[in-house]
Design a protein around this ligand. Structure first.
Ligand SMILES: [Fe+2]
Ligand SMILES: [Fe+2]
Length: 299
Protein backbone atom coordinates (compact mmCIF):
# COMPACT_ATOMS: atom_id res chain seq x y z
CA UNK A 1 0.00 0.00 0.00
CA UNK A 2 1.23 3.49 -0.90
CA UNK A 3 0.24 6.37 1.39
CA UNK A 4 0.03 9.70 -0.40
CA UNK A 5 -0.63 12.78 1.74
CA UNK A 6 -2.18 15.74 -0.07
CA UNK A 7 -1.94 19.26 1.34
CA UNK A 8 -3.08 22.30 -0.58
CA UNK A 9 -3.76 26.03 -0.39
CA UNK A 10 -1.44 26.90 2.50
CA UNK A 11 -1.77 30.63 1.74
CA UNK A 12 1.27 31.43 3.85
CA UNK A 13 1.55 35.07 4.93
CA UNK A 14 5.04 36.49 5.03
CA UNK A 15 6.12 39.96 3.89
CA UNK A 16 9.76 39.68 5.05
CA UNK A 17 11.99 41.64 2.70
CA UNK A 18 9.11 42.89 0.53
CA UNK A 19 9.46 46.45 -0.76
CA UNK A 20 6.79 49.09 -1.34
CA UNK A 21 7.41 48.90 -5.09
CA UNK A 22 6.49 45.22 -4.97
CA UNK A 23 2.89 46.20 -4.33
CA UNK A 24 1.43 47.44 -7.58
CA UNK A 25 -1.38 46.16 -9.77
CA UNK A 26 -2.87 42.80 -8.86
CA UNK A 27 -0.43 42.34 -6.01
CA UNK A 28 -1.68 45.60 -4.40
CA UNK A 29 -5.26 44.36 -4.59
CA UNK A 30 -4.18 40.94 -3.36
CA UNK A 31 -2.33 42.48 -0.43
CA UNK A 32 -5.34 44.59 0.46
CA UNK A 33 -7.55 41.50 0.28
CA UNK A 34 -5.00 39.76 2.48
CA UNK A 35 -5.08 42.53 5.05
CA UNK A 36 -8.86 42.81 5.14
CA UNK A 37 -10.17 39.29 4.58
CA UNK A 38 -7.57 36.53 4.28
CA UNK A 39 -5.95 37.28 7.62
CA UNK A 40 -9.14 36.00 9.23
CA UNK A 41 -9.88 33.30 6.66
CA UNK A 42 -6.43 31.68 6.70
CA UNK A 43 -4.71 31.21 10.05
CA UNK A 44 -1.05 30.34 10.33
CA UNK A 45 -1.55 28.67 13.71
CA UNK A 46 -3.90 26.16 12.02
CA UNK A 47 -1.28 25.51 9.35
CA UNK A 48 1.31 24.91 12.08
CA UNK A 49 -1.04 22.50 13.88
CA UNK A 50 -1.71 20.64 10.63
CA UNK A 51 2.04 20.34 10.15
CA UNK A 52 2.40 18.78 13.60
CA UNK A 53 -0.30 16.23 12.78
CA UNK A 54 1.25 15.43 9.43
CA UNK A 55 4.70 15.05 10.94
CA UNK A 56 3.39 12.14 13.02
CA UNK A 57 1.32 10.59 10.20
CA UNK A 58 3.06 7.71 8.40
CA UNK A 59 3.21 8.40 4.68
CA UNK A 60 5.24 7.54 1.59
CA UNK A 61 4.89 10.85 -0.21
CA UNK A 62 3.46 14.34 0.22
CA UNK A 63 2.04 16.42 -2.60
CA UNK A 64 1.44 20.14 -2.12
CA UNK A 65 -0.89 21.32 -4.87
CA UNK A 66 -0.45 25.07 -5.01
CA UNK A 67 -1.37 28.41 -3.45
CA UNK A 68 1.59 28.14 -1.10
CA UNK A 69 1.62 31.95 -0.93
CA UNK A 70 -0.87 34.77 -1.47
CA UNK A 71 0.73 37.39 -3.70
CA UNK A 72 3.72 35.51 -5.15
CA UNK A 73 6.35 36.91 -2.79
CA UNK A 74 9.62 35.01 -2.39
CA UNK A 75 9.23 35.41 1.38
CA UNK A 76 5.92 33.52 1.28
CA UNK A 77 7.45 30.64 -0.66
CA UNK A 78 10.52 30.46 1.57
CA UNK A 79 8.24 30.34 4.63
CA UNK A 80 6.18 27.60 2.96
CA UNK A 81 9.38 25.66 2.21
CA UNK A 82 10.40 26.00 5.87
CA UNK A 83 7.01 24.61 6.87
CA UNK A 84 7.61 21.60 4.60
CA UNK A 85 11.07 21.11 6.09
CA UNK A 86 9.75 21.36 9.64
CA UNK A 87 7.32 18.49 9.12
CA UNK A 88 10.22 16.25 8.22
CA UNK A 89 9.34 15.90 4.55
CA UNK A 90 12.32 14.95 2.38
CA UNK A 91 12.76 16.42 -1.09
CA UNK A 92 12.55 12.97 -2.67
CA UNK A 93 9.26 12.25 -0.95
CA UNK A 94 7.60 15.62 -1.41
CA UNK A 95 6.29 17.20 -4.60
CA UNK A 96 5.25 20.83 -5.01
CA UNK A 97 3.31 22.54 -7.81
CA UNK A 98 2.10 26.16 -8.03
CA UNK A 99 -1.41 27.60 -7.64
CA UNK A 100 -2.88 30.77 -9.09
CA UNK A 101 -1.72 32.77 -6.06
CA UNK A 102 1.83 31.65 -6.93
CA UNK A 103 1.44 33.17 -10.40
CA UNK A 104 0.18 36.63 -9.47
CA UNK A 105 2.86 38.69 -11.14
CA UNK A 106 4.06 38.15 -14.70
CA UNK A 107 7.66 39.20 -14.04
CA UNK A 108 7.95 36.80 -11.10
CA UNK A 109 6.50 33.91 -13.15
CA UNK A 110 8.91 34.64 -16.02
CA UNK A 111 11.82 34.71 -13.56
CA UNK A 112 11.04 31.12 -12.54
CA UNK A 113 11.46 32.06 -8.86
CA UNK A 114 8.86 29.54 -7.66
CA UNK A 115 10.54 26.72 -9.57
CA UNK A 116 13.95 27.76 -8.22
CA UNK A 117 12.80 27.76 -4.60
CA UNK A 118 11.04 24.40 -4.99
CA UNK A 119 13.44 22.87 -7.53
CA UNK A 120 14.30 19.90 -5.33
CA UNK A 121 10.60 19.12 -4.94
CA UNK A 122 10.12 19.08 -8.72
CA UNK A 123 13.09 16.87 -9.61
CA UNK A 124 11.60 14.77 -12.38
CA UNK A 125 12.09 11.19 -13.50
CA UNK A 126 10.34 11.97 -16.78
CA UNK A 127 10.07 15.38 -18.41
CA UNK A 128 9.38 16.06 -22.07
CA UNK A 129 11.00 18.58 -24.39
CA UNK A 130 13.00 20.02 -21.45
CA UNK A 131 9.89 21.99 -20.41
CA UNK A 132 9.21 22.52 -16.71
CA UNK A 133 5.62 21.23 -16.85
CA UNK A 134 4.31 18.64 -16.88
CA UNK A 135 6.73 16.31 -15.13
CA UNK A 136 6.49 12.86 -13.59
CA UNK A 137 8.06 11.41 -10.46
CA UNK A 138 8.08 7.63 -10.26
CA UNK A 139 7.81 6.10 -6.80
CA UNK A 140 7.39 2.32 -6.76
CA UNK A 141 4.06 1.47 -8.35
CA UNK A 142 3.01 5.12 -8.35
CA UNK A 143 3.59 7.78 -11.00
CA UNK A 144 2.94 11.34 -9.83
CA UNK A 145 2.17 13.36 -12.94
CA UNK A 146 2.23 17.08 -12.23
CA UNK A 147 0.84 19.80 -14.47
CA UNK A 148 0.65 23.57 -14.06
CA UNK A 149 -2.74 25.25 -14.49
CA UNK A 150 -1.60 28.67 -13.33
CA UNK A 151 -0.49 31.74 -15.20
CA UNK A 152 -0.58 35.49 -14.66
CA UNK A 153 -4.17 36.12 -15.70
CA UNK A 154 -3.71 39.83 -16.34
CA UNK A 155 -7.03 40.43 -14.62
CA UNK A 156 -8.43 39.85 -11.15
CA UNK A 157 -9.66 36.37 -12.06
CA UNK A 158 -8.54 33.16 -10.34
CA UNK A 159 -9.03 31.13 -13.50
CA UNK A 160 -6.46 28.71 -14.84
CA UNK A 161 -5.39 27.16 -18.11
CA UNK A 162 -3.28 24.15 -19.02
CA UNK A 163 -2.65 25.38 -22.56
CA UNK A 164 -2.34 23.52 -25.86
CA UNK A 165 1.39 22.82 -25.67
CA UNK A 166 1.26 21.49 -22.11
CA UNK A 167 -1.83 19.40 -22.91
CA UNK A 168 0.06 17.78 -25.77
CA UNK A 169 3.02 16.98 -23.52
CA UNK A 170 0.69 15.80 -20.75
CA UNK A 171 -0.98 13.30 -23.06
CA UNK A 172 2.42 11.98 -24.14
CA UNK A 173 3.62 11.81 -20.53
CA UNK A 174 0.54 9.90 -19.31
CA UNK A 175 1.06 7.48 -22.21
CA UNK A 176 4.81 7.02 -21.69
CA UNK A 177 5.46 3.31 -20.96
CA UNK A 178 7.17 3.84 -17.58
CA UNK A 179 4.29 6.09 -16.49
CA UNK A 180 1.42 4.10 -17.95
CA UNK A 181 2.68 0.91 -16.29
CA UNK A 182 2.08 2.55 -12.88
CA UNK A 183 -0.88 3.92 -10.92
CA UNK A 184 -1.00 7.42 -12.37
CA UNK A 185 -1.92 10.28 -10.02
CA UNK A 186 -2.42 13.56 -11.86
CA UNK A 187 -1.70 16.51 -9.54
CA UNK A 188 -3.05 19.92 -10.56
CA UNK A 189 -4.23 23.07 -8.78
CA UNK A 190 -7.57 23.80 -10.47
CA UNK A 191 -10.31 21.18 -10.65
CA UNK A 192 -10.67 19.60 -14.09
CA UNK A 193 -14.45 19.95 -13.72
CA UNK A 194 -16.55 22.93 -12.64
CA UNK A 195 -17.88 22.52 -9.13
CA UNK A 196 -19.00 26.10 -8.74
CA UNK A 197 -19.34 29.11 -11.00
CA UNK A 198 -18.20 31.66 -12.03
CA UNK A 199 -15.89 30.91 -14.93
CA UNK A 200 -13.47 33.53 -13.61
CA UNK A 201 -12.27 31.05 -10.96
CA UNK A 202 -12.30 27.83 -12.97
CA UNK A 203 -10.07 26.00 -15.42
CA UNK A 204 -10.98 27.53 -18.77
CA UNK A 205 -9.71 24.64 -20.92
CA UNK A 206 -11.05 21.86 -18.67
CA UNK A 207 -12.99 20.36 -21.62
CA UNK A 208 -9.70 19.84 -23.48
CA UNK A 209 -8.08 18.33 -20.39
CA UNK A 210 -11.09 16.01 -20.07
CA UNK A 211 -10.57 14.96 -23.69
CA UNK A 212 -6.93 14.09 -22.97
CA UNK A 213 -7.94 12.09 -19.88
CA UNK A 214 -10.67 10.40 -21.91
CA UNK A 215 -8.11 9.24 -24.45
CA UNK A 216 -5.15 8.30 -22.29
CA UNK A 217 -6.61 7.98 -18.78
CA UNK A 218 -5.27 8.43 -15.25
CA UNK A 219 -6.07 6.39 -12.17
CA UNK A 220 -6.65 9.37 -9.87
CA UNK A 221 -6.70 13.17 -10.14
CA UNK A 222 -6.04 15.33 -7.06
CA UNK A 223 -6.46 19.09 -6.92
CA UNK A 224 -6.94 22.08 -4.62
CA UNK A 225 -8.09 25.68 -5.26
CA UNK A 226 -11.73 25.45 -4.10
CA UNK A 227 -10.89 25.30 -0.37
CA UNK A 228 -13.38 22.49 0.21
CA UNK A 229 -13.62 18.70 0.00
CA UNK A 230 -14.82 17.74 -3.45
CA UNK A 231 -15.37 14.60 -5.48
CA UNK A 232 -16.19 14.09 -9.13
CA UNK A 233 -15.52 11.65 -11.95
CA UNK A 234 -14.51 11.95 -15.57
CA UNK A 235 -14.79 9.28 -18.25
CA UNK A 236 -11.54 7.53 -19.06
CA UNK A 237 -10.73 5.11 -21.86
CA UNK A 238 -12.62 1.82 -22.23
CA UNK A 239 -15.51 2.97 -20.04
CA UNK A 240 -13.34 3.47 -16.96
CA UNK A 241 -14.25 6.35 -14.68
CA UNK A 242 -11.45 8.54 -13.34
CA UNK A 243 -11.93 9.73 -9.72
CA UNK A 244 -11.28 13.44 -9.14
CA UNK A 245 -10.60 14.40 -5.51
CA UNK A 246 -10.30 17.98 -4.26
CA UNK A 247 -8.79 18.73 -0.85
CA UNK A 248 -9.69 21.70 1.36
CA UNK A 249 -7.27 24.43 2.39
CA UNK A 250 -4.59 23.63 4.97
CA UNK A 251 -5.06 26.98 6.72
CA UNK A 252 -8.76 27.79 6.27
CA UNK A 253 -10.39 29.02 9.48
CA UNK A 254 -14.05 29.06 8.44
CA UNK A 255 -16.91 26.62 8.90
CA UNK A 256 -16.18 23.20 10.38
CA UNK A 257 -16.82 21.38 7.09
CA UNK A 258 -14.06 23.42 5.42
CA UNK A 259 -11.75 24.15 8.34
CA UNK A 260 -8.00 23.41 7.97
CA UNK A 261 -7.60 19.89 6.54
CA UNK A 262 -5.67 17.49 4.36
CA UNK A 263 -6.22 14.18 2.59
CA UNK A 264 -4.41 10.88 2.84
CA UNK A 265 -4.84 8.48 -0.08
CA UNK A 266 -4.14 4.86 0.77
CA UNK A 267 -3.50 3.36 -2.65
CA UNK A 268 -3.67 -0.40 -2.83
CA UNK A 269 -3.61 -1.59 -6.42
CA UNK A 270 -6.62 -0.08 -8.15
CA UNK A 271 -8.40 0.50 -4.82
CA UNK A 272 -8.00 3.84 -3.05
CA UNK A 273 -9.15 4.86 0.39
CA UNK A 274 -9.41 8.63 0.86
CA UNK A 275 -9.09 9.76 4.48
CA UNK A 276 -9.71 13.40 5.36
CA UNK A 277 -8.17 14.80 8.55
CA UNK A 278 -9.51 18.14 9.77
CA UNK A 279 -8.93 20.52 12.63
CA UNK A 280 -11.32 20.07 15.55
CA UNK A 281 -11.93 23.40 17.25
CA UNK A 282 -12.98 21.77 20.54
CA UNK A 283 -9.87 19.66 21.02
CA UNK A 284 -7.47 21.75 18.93
CA UNK A 285 -6.23 18.56 17.27
CA UNK A 286 -6.83 16.92 13.92
CA UNK A 287 -9.18 14.00 13.53
CA UNK A 288 -10.48 11.82 10.72
CA UNK A 289 -13.73 13.35 9.45
CA UNK A 290 -14.34 11.35 6.27
CA UNK A 291 -13.34 8.05 4.72
CA UNK A 292 -14.26 7.23 1.15
CA UNK A 293 -13.35 4.07 -0.71
CA UNK A 294 -12.85 4.35 -4.44
CA UNK A 295 -13.02 1.05 -6.22
CA UNK A 296 -12.20 0.62 -9.89
CA UNK A 297 -15.33 1.52 -11.82
CA UNK A 298 -16.46 0.89 -15.37
CA UNK A 299 -19.54 2.64 -16.70
FE1 LIG B 1 -6.33 28.88 -2.63
FE1 LIG C 1 -6.18 28.73 -6.03
Amino acid sequence: MFRLAHVTDLHVRNFAGARVRDFFGKRAIGALNLALIRRRKHRMDLLAALGEDLRARPRDHLVVSGDLGNVSLLSEWRAARSWIERIGASVDNTTVIPGNHDAYVKEVVLSGAFEQIFAAYQRADVRLEAETYPFARLRGEIALVCANTCLPTGDLGAWGRVGEAQLRRLEALLAAPEVRARFRVLCIHHAPVMHRPPETRNLCDRAKLAEVLGRVGAELVVHGHDHRDEFAELPGPDGHRIPIVGAGSASYAGAADRCSRYNLYQIDGPRVEVLTYAHDTETGSFREVRRRTIAPAVS
